[in-house]
Design a protein around this ligand. Structure first.
Ligand SMILES: CC(C)(COP(=O)(O)OP(=O)(O)OC[C@H]1O[C@@H](n2cnc3c(N)ncnc32)[C@H](O)[C@@H]1OP(=O)(O)O)[C@@H](O)C(=O)NCCC(=O)NCCS
Length: 146
């Protein structure tokens, strides 16, 4: 982990982020519009992990949490999720929603709890993740930020 560097994404990172998401089997749709709220991790100059936040006022949608297959199990997922949550908190986000088909059992370690779609704030439902990119069977989780 010592050689890993973290920074916020810029538009120049899009191609690499899209490649990481596709490689992890995650939706790419809508991600480019929120790239400025993505946190990236690099190892020896190579993108190895990302986590994104769609910000809707005091609500956020955590998305695009991906770690390169060869780098999993080293705490990188936790590191990028922690950073993107910290950043959202400083930007005034108080409640974070997450849709996931692949990792509903990963996120409770950060304090996320299952909710129903009826509990999702209207402000977040405008996201492409709700309107098309992510399927109806995805689990919905919520984290209230202190
Ligand atoms: C889910 C993911 C981001 C985890 O990243 P990571 O860097 O390997 O995770 P960390 O090193 O922070 O944590 C490892 C722990 O998480 C657990 N874990 C990893 N993936 C998991 C999953 N899909 N579901 C439940 N637990 C998972 C590991 O078993 C390990 O558990 P332990 O701490 O008890 O040993 C990564 O596996 C990934 O990119 N998956 C594909 C994309 C995806 O499903 N993203 C989430 C949906 S947005």
């Amino acid at each position: 982990m010592s050689a890993v560097e973290f920074r916020d994404a810029s538009s120049a990172d899009w191609t690499h982020v899209a490649g990481l998401l596709a490689g992890a089997g995650l939706p790419v749709a809508g991600a480019a519009d929120h790239l400025s709220h993505f946190v990236l991790a690099f190892s020896a100059g190579t993108l190895v992990a990302c986590a994104g936040m769609e910000v809707y006022g005091e609500y956020g949608l955590l998305r695009s949490v991906a770690v390169a297959a060869s780098e999993r199990g080293k705490g990188l997922g936790a590191a990028v999720v922690g950073r993107v949550l910290d950043r959202a908190r400083t930007e005034g986000v108080r409640e974070v929603i997450l849709l996931t088909e692949t990792a509903p059992d990963y996120f409770p370690r950060f304090g996320f709890e299952p909710i129903t779609r009826a509990d999702v704030p209207e402000a977040v439902k405008v996201s492409v993740e709700f309107t098309g990119a992510c399927c109806a069977s995805a689990a919905v989780l919520r984290l209230r930020l202190p």
